[in-house]
Design a protein around this ligand. Structure first.
Ligand code: MCA
Ligand code: AMP
Length: 478
């Protein structure tokens, strides 16, 4: 019989193992609403009973107790969960639901949308299933095997539509245990964050972590400095944009001085932000590195050195290497470990491309390893993968969305350096009779708000080489 993925949840009521929050009425707070573990287990049990036997379910992943109950319900029932950004427009939602084959879309009752359930843009045949966190049902079916798919997480490549990344229950368990080891993360902790619940950072680490390790969770709804300051946690998660905003609000930053560990990830933490965090909070932040396909693989440690610009050492169970040209000390970071994905859904060739002939995962990130084992991420091999506010966005997906606008004839999208977002999406278009704001709103409506360009530059023609291929290097500055 496999060990439970979420032992703190199953063990609610068993105060000894998961004290001090085992029976707490507010073991879980999401956007201002609280639940005990027993209440969550009951609500998730009701979801599990409803969806048992489905091949896969999608969850409209708002920052809410409904999302947590829906996800945990899927995990109890052993049904793979596809979290969907709640503001996904028709193009994105349609792609995710069709590609994953999800015929059930779980979400809050008030978000059911049009009569018939499925919100606009969902393919025919998709049923909207309202989730009620106040429902209770016991669930006593056996724990699914470790190689059962827990999640299908949609993530952007450099071209084309997002691919579904298959993450097993065993990978989730191994990843969370490796983080507990690195961060001394225990049932004594209160984790605070306000990250979206449709990616690894906010959902896998930020919700399942507390349910595996027994810590209390305060999800602040949005990751604002004021909400972080008010939450009184011991362990805080943020993307660099969040930490940049925290240090710009010194009273909020100082309020975090009582915490145990401040963790940054999903994108590079600028060295000045690291330093300001240290100055204002008294804590040198722990930086960690990962990918949807691999979960978290490198981190500074609670009991170790933390250096600006470095993402620490491999977590226990992982090995890394740098594929550098002869004489160079930087090159592609490659790794092996217990949390690697099962592959991209229905895309065996794309999956195979991620691996070297000797079976190492190719991250596509360029890195260097210091003699003492500390890793530094230097950049990405492809400039068509953009990181904005910690979100991974493929230039090709945004270009395709722009080209779907009737006034746009050509489009090239890049990530331009940005103090707050790390990179901001800038679109260069050849178009008539349309404004910058029209195109920003068009992409936000068709894909989701975080994929919208923040700037649009109109050109007479895109720079191209003799073969007719657009030359992004020759685009004018944003
Ligand atoms: C503005 N808005 C619009 C438009 N303009 N909406 C529609 N159309 C428009 N034209 C609205 C937005 O909907 C939102 O509304 C508000 O303006 C703010 O915009 P938004 O872009 O969302 O906010 P932001 O302030 O720029 O966002 C910063 C952020 C966010 C909060 C830091 O980027 C964020 O949550 N990032 C986290 C990403 C993440 O978790 N990545 C992890 C990937 P409203 O306010 O009403 O909502 S997993 C991963 O990377 C791994 C494995 C790892 O290593 O962790
Ligand atoms: P995603 O799949 O959304 O998690 O994006 C993964 C990518 O985020 C990685 O390939 C890196 O380019 C980037 N990334 C994640 N964490 C860090 C970090 N701490 N420093 C630099 N880049 C990071």
């Amino acid at each position: 019989m496999p060990t439970p993925l979420l032992p703190a949840l199953a063990g609610s009521g068993d105060g000894a193992a998961y004290a001090p929050y085992g029976d707490a009425p507010d073991a879980l707070t999401v956007a201002g609403r609280t639940a005990s573990r027993e209440e969550l287990l009951g609500a998730a049990g009701a979801v599990a009973a409803r969806i048992a036997g489905a091949p896969v379910v999608a969850v409209r992943a708002t920052a809410s107790l409904e999302t947590v109950a829906a996800v945990v319900g899927g995990l109890l029932a052993g049904v793979p969960v596809v979290p969907v950004p709640p503001d996904s427009g028709p193009a994105e939602l349609d792609h995710i639901l069709r590609d994953s084959g999800a015929a059930l879309l779980l979400g809050a009752a008030e978000d059911a949308g049009a009569p018939g359930g499925a919100p606009h843009g969902a393919p025919d045949g998709v049923e909207y299933v309202p989730v009620d966190p106040a429902e209770r049902a016991a669930w006593s079916k056996p724990e699914p095997d470790a190689d059962t798919t827990a999640f299908i997480l949609y993530t952007s490549g450099t071209t084309g539509a997002p691919k579904g990344v298959l993450i097993s229950r065993g990978a989730v368990a191994a990843g969370l245990d490796a983080l507990a080891d690195a961060w001394a993360w225990t049932a004594e902790d209160t984790l605070v964050h306000g990250l979206p619940l449709f990616h690894v950072h906010g959902l896998v680490l930020g919700v399942l972590g507390p349910l595996r390790h027994g810590s209390r969770l305060v999800h602040t709804g949005r990751p604002t400095p004021a909400a972080y300051a008010a939450a009184g946690g011991s362990l805080y998660f943020g993307v660099p944009t969040v930490w940049h905003r925290v240090v710009q609000d010194p009273p909020a930053a100082r309020a975090l001085s009582g915490a145990r560990l401040l963790v940054s990830g999903s994108a590079p933490l600028p060295a000045p932000v690291f330093q300001q965090m240290a100055d204002l909070t008294g804590h040198r932040p722990v930086e960690r590195y990962g990918m949807t396909e691999t979960l978290i693989t490198l981190s500074a440690r609670a009991d170790g050195d933390r250096r600006p610009g470095y993402v620490g050492t491999p977590l226990t169970g992982f090995e890394t290497r740098i594929a550098a040209e002869p004489g160079a000390d930087i090159g592609e970071l490659q790794l092996t470990g217990p949390t690697l994905f099962k592959g991209y859904l229905n895309r065996p060739e794309a999956t195979a491309d991620c691996y070297t002939p000797d079976g190492w995962f190719r991250t596509g990130d360029i890195a260097a390893i210091e003699p003492d084992g500390f890793h530094r991420i230097v950049g990405r091999a492809s400039t068509d993968m953009i990181k904005s506010g910690g979100y991974r966005i493929g230039a090709g997906e945004v270009e395709n969305a722009l080209l779907a606008h009737p006034s746009v004839r050509e489009a090239a999208v890049v990530g331009a350096p940005h103090d707050d977002l790390g990179q901001q999406i800038v679109a260069y278009v050849v178009a008539d009779g349309v404004t910058e704001q029209d195109l920003i709103d068009f992409v936000a409506a068709h894909l989701s708000a975080h994929k919208r360009p923040r700037k649009v530059r109109f050109l007479d023609a895109l720079p191209r080489n003799a073969m007719g291929k657009p030359q992004k290097k020759l685009l004018p500055p944003a």
